[in-house]
Write a protein that binds this ligand. Sequence first.
Ligand code: PEP
Length: 254
Amino acid sequence: MKKLFIVANWKMNGDKRFNEQLMRYINEQVFKNSNLEVIICPPFTYLTQILELKISCIKIGAQNISEKKDGAFTGEISGSMLQDLKLDYVIIGHSERRQMYNDDDNVIARKFELAHQNKLTPILCVGESLNERNHGQTLSVVESQIKSVIEATQIELFAKSIIAYEPVWAIGTGETATSIQAEEVHSSIRAIIETYDSNIATSIPILYGGSVNAANCKDLFTMVNINGGLIGGASLNGEEFVEIYQTAEKIINE
Ligand code: PEP
């Protein structure tokens, strides 16, 4: 039976009141299930609030981590600070960070390594732009994004990591990759990892992200190589998010 992950990326949204209402709703609908993991990634300032509010089977992740260990880096949040909060996950290489905050392959590899050093499971995001897809470069872009991290670190770290395939053109646009388009990339990602380690290639969870919602998640999550979703916009709506969760629950119970 495959394990599914439902990851909420709240991005820079929410406030104490909104978060509390959303978490109370989610808490009531989510149940412990070893084949279904719910991970909430709120903004840094609300991590403590959500850690206190959430039920125990829900895991918490940060949306970013500094590529520096510690020191004079005003405004940055280190891996050891995230570990101090006992977080489980951290999103790395989200396309918004790649595009707007200059997180290049070197920075991403460093963040990936620091996540592991601080016992956080990285959710490594990869994906092509619309222009790259239109030029037939999807697979080569994803391959180079993944290989740059493997080669700067070690393949063994991927045994405890998650990859999220997020085509940039599908993030926050309402446009989703079809389940066939996504599956093609996901199976290619396993093939890339297979060239380094076949066990990791089989076991690594590969999530899809890009306008996932309650209406399209079933088609995506039932694909062989898709292990759940990284969900932005739809994770801010309790009912929609819970519907996605319940769809995943039905799939793993089938
Ligand atoms: C994301 O934040 O990673 C994302 C996929 O956003 P959305 O679901 O809004 O497209």
